[in-house]
Design a protein around this ligand. Structure first.
Ligand code: CA
Length: 227
């Protein structure tokens, strides 16, 4: 590991905080800790942090508000760790901008793997962010970053973007899109596809009426202009 990543651990349970610190430092990470939401935000403003491990149940600020505030001052990806392992909590955390979610009790190996993924995705994001006006796609969290603005897509919207992105700028025929998104048994319903492209454009295009990214090729299909 040539560069040492710094991880901020936000956890009010002292024993767990110590355990996480030792697991991460043994794996070669620099570690800073915080036991509250306010402490986390203070650490973020004084350290260069590469990723955040965040417990959702903190004594002062709700974990979801911490995610929002952390994103405002730092580009570090957030991996949520929580005892509240319900699907609803998980979706709420992801909607709030968390990159991933690990439920307690978790296995150290799994946690480290998730952390590596989060760091890799965020590095890729940084590199891709260099040229202005580019589209960055994170399939896992269903987030698209357009000109620095993050939007979250629904499952079907993400499917459309993912398929078009995989085509690398080439036109994908409407029939093929319908089949891949709604399944081979569906009748080719172009109306559904038009509605879906309209939804995606409304989210990703600066001006949905004059699309710059999701381009329709009349009578053929759609293509995604990645830059
Ligand atoms: Ca807690």
């Amino acid at each position: 590991m040539s560069e040492q990543n710094t991880i901020l651990i936000v956890e009010d349970d002292e024993q767990l905080q110590r355990m996480l610190q030792s697991v991460l430092s043994q794996s070669g990470y620099q570690v800073v800790g915080a036991k509250s939401g306010a402490g986390a935000l203070e650490q973020l403003s004084t350290h260069k942090v590469d990723a955040i491990l965040l417990d959702l149940g903190l004594p002062d600020i709700d974990g979801k508000d911490v995610i929002r505030q952390a994103h405002a001052i730092s580009a570090a990806p957030v991996v949520v760790i929580s005892a509240r392992g319900s699907e609803r909590e998980k979706i709420a955390a992801l909607d709030m901008g968390a990159n991933d979610y690990v439920a307690k009790p978790f296995d150290a190996g799994e946690l480290l793997a998730r952390l590596r993924v989060a760091l890799r995705l965020s590095r890729r994001g940084e590199n891709a962010a260099a040229p202005a006006g580019k589209l960055q796609i994170d399939v896992e969290t269903r987030r698209v970053i357009v000109e620095g603005r993050a939007v979250r897509l629904s499952r079907k919207e993400m499917e459309l973007v993912r398929i078009l992105a995989a085509a690398n700028g080439a036109v994908v025929p409407q029939e093929s899109l319908v089949e891949q998104i709604w399944g081979p048994t569906t009748e080719t319903d172009h109306m559904n596809l038009r509605v879906l492209t309209w939804q995606v454009r409304r989210k990703i295009e600066p001006n949905a009426a004059v699309p710059q990214y999701l381009i329709a090729e009349a009578g053929e299909g759609y293509r995604l202009k990645l830059e």
